[in-house]
Design a protein around this ligand. Structure first.
Ligand code: BGC
Length: 819
């Protein structure tokens, strides 16, 4: 008997329509206007539309981060629906032909790779969009308009980083020529960047005649609609960058040593330490092209400081924002940065300490907002004493609407040094890394008229962490079932059911399941499914007479390229078998979501995803992903929020709160941690000193766990300082559980354990509870380690109880009550 929540009808539901609307709102707020000389907005009329992303707009990246939505609105469709007339259909039709031809060529190469079982490399080399033919004189003549939009598009995904020399990070020659022609021929030229990471846009200053530049990013199912509404002025842009956009790639610290560029894919050395993104650009006085937090609007705002108060360790800054334009309603993002005293520890020039987005303000309308700064979050990690410390001195609070457009608004003077928390040293590097030496930072602000607050060191309590082995989880229900389990059953519990394992409950397209082998003992399987841009499930599947479920639409793009023979085996026959459906929503990619700077909106989206999880029976959502944008070439940047750990943490916490607001649904924050490179991701060691590890790479995860109670964590593929993360007791137990109080399940990333990778048995000892997706050999390897004595029964029991607890609390277990 097939147990599934997939449905037999494929009509669009009310829930789908509602979530599309949410996706649209997020897309509206996540688009960033980078340049505009008044050319935008443009009223509906004739438009010359060109570029790879015009009709084939990329809604999200490839790999596990894909989402299979019912349909997506391209920029072309969005414009047409909004009443624009596209007058370059000849160019666009030629592009479509070119696209098809190149896709066929790619399919032929893909088939060869699949025959050689080189599937990982296939995923790592997703189909690359052609750039289109040269724009001709006739194209321009026939377009009969003075307004042109050129959409540059790039695709990337897990398994590989973007390359520098093939146009993945910058324009290709043909695009440059085309944009030059447009800029010369049309009165208004608007360039749109449909890429899931920052892009080299230095061309806007090199090519005369570009009137506007839009960072569209990858905006999910309603991206095209949102773009059209921003173009027409029906909506006003309010997105802000969450990364620094460098003037040239070389301006990024150690840029030429990143990933494949220095020829060493075994080791990545984080020599910039804490100086990632704007922390580097500001401290080392390097001018970016667009700074962190930057984005234009169609209207203007006045941002005024109202007052500041301090209550022991928390400062509250009241700010008044007024829309001083006379035509457009819009939203603004208030950003507070703090410059900390430079005493014993060198520090970044400033760090983001709080932010808030206004409601939509009509012309003339104002809003007051209170922004809290937790002083403890301004501490820095001192490796020598293994503690977070706040140093005595002045903390300058800067108020503005981007990291480089601020004014000091308050100074908090701390009367003495404070030890905020005492830790144990973790993840000791094999060799201490020689980090970049920062210049001496001096603040020369005029602070005379700025509000002065004082903070007293005696108001801070020092937290001292204890590093005990967590007890085996126990409550009445868990204990009762644990009593019935043999050691072998427990091993079943800590290893997933395998990619193609038989399951009691079936959720087509879920990328993993916990075991169904102990159903007789009252434990059903729960399903795990990807994100982060929504829920990745199979849209259409068939059920055979014997109850076997097969896919009709591939739930991951590369499967479309499987050879016929394999497809015959894996794909269903819609003419013979019963069809079942699941329709989920493609939201904007995480980077685009972060660019909204709207935590309320992200919480709503988290909740919407949770509603879809409940509808189709998914328990663990394998998201949000929250690695730091250390370098713009990382193939998965679209799946991550930002270069800044605070913003990353706040966004992930908001999504987590939304998702976990439905009891029994869990997030899985990933990839824990320092997974900032895709080339050789299964073998590379991220070599990083403890301070940078804690302040930059762990901080976001910490916020999601502490503030939102994230219940799942996925360890990463890479090593940190030579140790695979699922085998790191420091990370999985000391940091996560002892320090942050995490009480959920830690699982591996897919196929990250085994020969030459992380050791399966040692996962149990480290505190990585669940091996995914699992299979026979993993269980054997755990038992072998047990026999060798490298792990003991209690290690397995501890992990099994954690997994069991999460299963028993899941919605599915409540529905299929077997115990
Ligand atoms: C990715 C994870 C994903 C998993 C399951 C891995 O390749 O790194 O992010 O959740 O696959 O699809």
């Amino acid at each position: 008997m097939l147990r599934t929540k997939a449905v037999y009808q494929n009509n669009e539901t009310e829930r789908e329509r509602k979530h599309r609307q949410q996706s649209y709102r997020a897309a509206l707020e996540g688009i960033v206007l980078l340049e505009n000389d008044g050319a935008m907005p443009v009223k509906p009329g004739k438009i010359a539309l060109y570029g790879a992303g015009a009709a084939m707009t990329i809604k999200g990246g490839t790999g596990s981060g894909e989402v299979n939505e019912r349909y997506s609105v391209s920029i072309l469709e969005g414009l047409e629906r909004a009443g624009y007339t596209i007058t370059t259909m000849k160019w666009l039709n030629d592009y479509a032909r070119m696209f098809k031809e190149e896709q066929e060529a790619y399919a032929a190469i893909a088939a060869k790779k699949i025959r050689k079982l080189d599937i990982i490399n296939l995923m790592a080399e997703p189909f690359k969009y052609p750039h289109g033919r040269e724009i001709s004189h006739e194209d321009i003549e026939e377009s009969d308009t003075d307004t042109c939009i050129y959409v540059v598009a790039r695709q990337a995904g897990e398994g590989a980083d973007r390359k520098l020399d093939n146009g993945e990070y910058n324009l290709t020659d043909i695009e440059r020529v085309n944009i030059m022609k447009c800029a010369e021929a049309y009165k208004k030229t608007i360039v749109v960047i449909n890429v899931g990471a920052s892009f080299d846009v230095s061309f806007v200053y090199e090519i005369p005649g570009i009137n506007a530049l839009v960072y569209f990013c990858q905006q999910g199912t309603e991206g095209g609609t949102a773009f059209a509404d921003i173009l027409s002025g029906k909506a006003v842009p309010s997105g802000k960058l969450t990364d620094t956009w460098a003037r040239t790639y070389d301006d990024i610290p150690f840029a030429c040593e990143y990933s494949y560029l220095n020829g060493d894919l075994q080791n990545e050395y984080y020599k910039e330490g804490i100086y990632v993104g704007y922390r580097y650009f500001d401290t080392f006085k390097v001018k970016p092209q667009y700074e962190f937090g930057y984005g234009l609007s169609y209207t203007q705002f006045h941002m005024g400081f109202v007052n500041a108060v301090i209550d022991k360790t928390k400062a509250t800054i009241r700010v008044k924002v007024q829309n001083i334009g006379d035509k457009y309603a819009g939203k603004e993002v208030v950003q507070l940065y703090v410059s900390c005293p430079q005493n014993k520890l060198h520090k970044e020039y400033q760090r983001l300490a709080a932010f808030a987005k206004t409601k939509e303000l009509k012309p003339g309308e104002a809003q007051e907002l209170d922004l809290d700064i937790d002083m403890r979050a301004l501490s820095s990690y001192d490796e020598e004493s293994a503690s977070f410390i706040l140093e005595q001195g002045d903390y300058i609070v800067r108020l503005g609407n981007s990291s480089r457009n601020t004014v000091p608004c308050a100074v908090i003077s701390l009367d003495n040094d404070v030890t905020v928390s005492k830790h144990a040293n973790i993840c000791r590097p094999q060799l201490k890394l020689q980090e970049i030496e920062p210049p001496k930072v001096a603040y020369d602000d005029d602070l005379q008229n700025v509000v002065k607050l004082t903070a007293s060191a005696s108001d801070f309590e020092t937290v001292t962490y204890e590093y005990k082995e967590p007890p085996v989880y126990s409550d009445q229900r868990v204990d009762e079932i644990m009593k019935r389990l043999t050691l072998k059953d427990m091993v079943e519990l800590v290893v997933g059911a395998g990619m193609f394992g038989k399951t009691y409950f079936t959720c087509p397209g879920a990328v993993g399941n916990t075991t169904s082998k102990i159903v007789k003992k009252g434990i059903i399987n729960i399903a795990l499914s990807d994100g982060p841009a929504g829920l990745r499930l199979q849209k259409t599947s068939t059920v055979t007479k014997k109850g076997k479920v097969k896919m009709i639409d591939a739930h991951i793009e590369f499967m479309n390229y499987l050879p016929k023979l394999i497809k015959k085996f894996m794909f269903g026959n819609p003419n013979k078998d019963t069809l079942i459906y699941q329709f989920t929503t493609a939201f904007p990619v995480e980077l685009a979501l972060a660019q909204t700077w709207n935590t309320e909106l992200l919480e709503e989206i988290g909740r919407a995803i949770s509603v879809e999880m409940a509808e189709y029976g998914v328990t663990y959502w394998l998201a949000p992903a929250m690695n730091i944008h250390r370098n713009p070439l990382c193939g998965r940047n679209f799946e991550y929020y930002s270069e800044d750990p605070y913003l990353t943490g706040k966004m992930a916490a908001a999504v987590t709160k939304g998702c976990q607001s439905i009891e029994g649904n869990y997030v899985t924050i990933k990839h824990f941690c320092a997974n900032n490179q895709e080339d050789n991701r299964n073998k590379v060691s991220s070599n990083v000193n403890e301070r940078a590890l804690r302040e930059i790479y762990l901080r976001g995860f910490e916020i999601a766990v502490r503030e939102a109670g994230a219940k799942g964590v996925m360890t990463s593929y890479n090593k940190v300082n030579g140790t695979y993360t699922p085998n790191s007791h420091d990370l999985c137990t000391k940091v996560l559980r002892n320090e942050w109080g995490f009480d959920g399940v830690v699982m591996t990333d897919w196929f990250s354990t085994g020969k030459g990778l992380a050791n399966n048995g040692l996962c149990m000892k480290a505190g990585n509870d669940l091996i995914m997706p699992g299979g026979r050999r993993y269980k054997k390897e755990i038992l072998a380690e047990l026999k060798k004595g490298t792990i003991n029964e209690k290690d397995i029991r501890r992990c099994a109880a954690n997994v069991l607890r999460s299963i028993l609390n899941s919605n599915l277990a409540k529905e299929y009550k077997l115990h």
